[in-house]
Design a protein around this ligand. Structure first.
Ligand code: SF4
Ligand code: SF4
Length: 487
């Protein structure tokens, strides 16, 4: 990427280490055509500095974040929220949490399906369990916490109490499979053991785990394959991985940026080299690949009383990539979903059908056409021994909770699907307004506005403004809270 700053002149930034893969990913840009309604209203003419979700924004939220506190029980050098080291405490009241949640739920046309409590370490908020209950009462399907896992590991009852309150997902910080990695990324010893205990507690409580590794070149990029293998071996608890190449904060000189920058395409090639389970040039897709499938499922399955909408992720193709691995935990076999189909053809067909069903939603027509396409584009010669099309259909139906074909209500099947994804959050050097205008990860803030992740945490950085406005000085907070202040 080449940019020119009126003050500092031209500069360049590396946004992908492999041009062929970058171009391949850019070819698949599906448009949600979403027109957001019931929005608080920022100013599209002043994008992104006038942000708050505005009529110009191009994507609905696949997930909305709600920060419960900026306190944390770690001091990670990689934290984009600078949690725990700031001179103030930002910790919304339960009333503020309720209002922020309702504000996010009011946005139309696609009702929010997924909320993530974040921070800081959200489990430290005195309102954590109540926040989970509020989300459950409102029928939000995926209620998750972005957590370092410490409280889950430390207190054997914590995971079950959280699950009882409504928590059904954990976005677990998971930078590698050995302790030395955490010493660098998180600044403390002993965290690997903590991760294992936290996952065990979550497994017992039925909380589905997404592993969230922050990847730094030269620190833990040699373990991306081991992280994938760990997930594949623990699919009774782990349902997804979301790799996050680190974003730079502050001023970083060009030579240092060049040495430390880790891109999405680096990840794809490293995973191929370290595992052979996914081919870089064949098995990775932009995150938005789910969008045409989601449109068809909507036409086929309809919406329920809460306005169920399948997972849309209409982000810009440069924001992230994904792959889906079918794994048989009993035998250890795995195959990328994309190897089972003529993907080029299937995507063309599905995209065309999605457009048709949006205009003429007919359940019978969409189901018949979809089945025809799947049969036509299926490549049985690539299926591992024991994986039949019927078993594949059961797995797909289970993921939709039986809505797609109505043949199953169970979520667990012989062959399970692992989502392997990555999102490269932006920083000041690789910032693209086109990306943030499609952002699907939103924040609900106490000022009544909703912000895309990459205007909240970088670029215009609304986080700083919101937190200073709605926080109290740390000393004042410590006096008021006494013992809790030690955390
Ligand atoms: S980033 Fe999106 S919500 Fe923010 S001002 Fe731009 S178009 Fe509007
Ligand atoms: S959070 Fe940033 S990287 Fe992710 S979709 Fe939004 S703009 Fe793109």
């Amino acid at each position: 990427m080449k940019k020119t700053c009126p003050q500092h002149g031209p500069f360049e930034e590396l946004i992908a280490s492999s041009a062929p893969l970058f171009l391949r990913l850019e070819r698949y840009a599906f448009d949600d055509s979403v027109k957001l309604a019931e929005i608080p209203g920022g100013d599209p003419a002043a994008c992104p500095s006038g942000c708050g979700i505005c009529p110009g924004h191009l994507s609905s939220a696949s997930m909305t974040n709600l920060d419960l506190t900026n306190r944390c029980n770690l001091r990670c050098p990689t934290c984009f929220a600078n949690a725990a080291v700031l001179p103030y405490v930002y910790e919304p009241t339960l009333e503020q949490i309720r209002t922020m949640m309702d504000r996010a739920l009011a946005i139309r046309p696609k009702r929010l399906q997924s909320i993530q409590f974040s921070g800081g370490e959200p489990t430290l908020s005195p309102h954590f369990f109540d926040a989970c209950r509020l989300a459950k009462e409102r029928g939000i399907r995926l209620i998750q916490a972005a957590t370092n896992g410490i409280l889950f590991a430390r207190d054997p009852t914590f995971a079950q109490r959280a699950a009882d309150a409504g928590l059904n997902g954990a976005y677990l910080q998971f930078d590698g499979v050995t302790d030395d990695v955490y010493e660098i990324t998180r600044g403390v010893k002993g965290l690997w053991e903590v991760k294992l205990r936290a996952i065990e507690a979550m497994r017992k409580a039925g909380i589905r785990v997404t592993l969230v590794p922050t990847i730094l070149r030269g620190v833990n990029d040699h373990q991306v394959g081991d992280i994938l293998k760990f997930a594949a071996a623990n699919m009774d608890a782990v349902v997804a991985i979301s790799f996050q190449p680190v974003s730079f904060t502050g001023r970083v000189e060009p030579v240092e940026r060049r040495a430390r920058r880790y891109t999405l395409t680096d990840l794809a090639f490293d995973i191929e080299a370290q595992t052979g389970m996914l081919k870089a040039m064949e098995d990775w897709w932009p995150l938005n690949i789910v969008t045409p499938f989601a449109s068809i499922i909507e036409s086929v399955a309809g919406t329920d009383s809460y306005g169920f909408h399948p997972f849309h992720c209409n982000s810009h193709p440069d924001c992230g990539l994904s792959s889906y691995l079918l794994i048989n935990p009993a035998t250890g076999q795995s195959v990328p979903l994309s190897q089972l189909f003529d993907m080029e053809q299937l995507l063309k067909d599905v995209h065309a059908l999605a457009r048709q069903t949006e205009r003429f939603p007919s359940r019978i027509y969409a189901t018949a056409r979809l089945l025809h396409m799947i049969l036509k584009d299926y490549r049985p010669e690539n299926a591992p021994r024991g994986l039949t099309l019927a078993k594949l259909a059961k797995t797909a139906d289970a993921i939709s909770g039986g809505r797609l074909m109505g043949i199953t209500k169970e979520r667990r099947h012989e062959w399970r699907l692992l989502l392997v994804s990555s999102m490269h959050f932006q920083d000041a050097y690789n910032y693209q307004v086109e990306r943030v205008q499609r952002c699907t990860i939103h924040y609900s803030a106490p000022d009544g506005h909703i912000y895309p992740f990459c205007t909240y945490n970088c670029g215009h950085n609304f986080r700083e403004k919101i937190e200073t406005r709605y926080s109290v000085p740390k000393e004042q907070w410590q006096k008021a809270k006494g013992a809790l202040a030690a955390q």
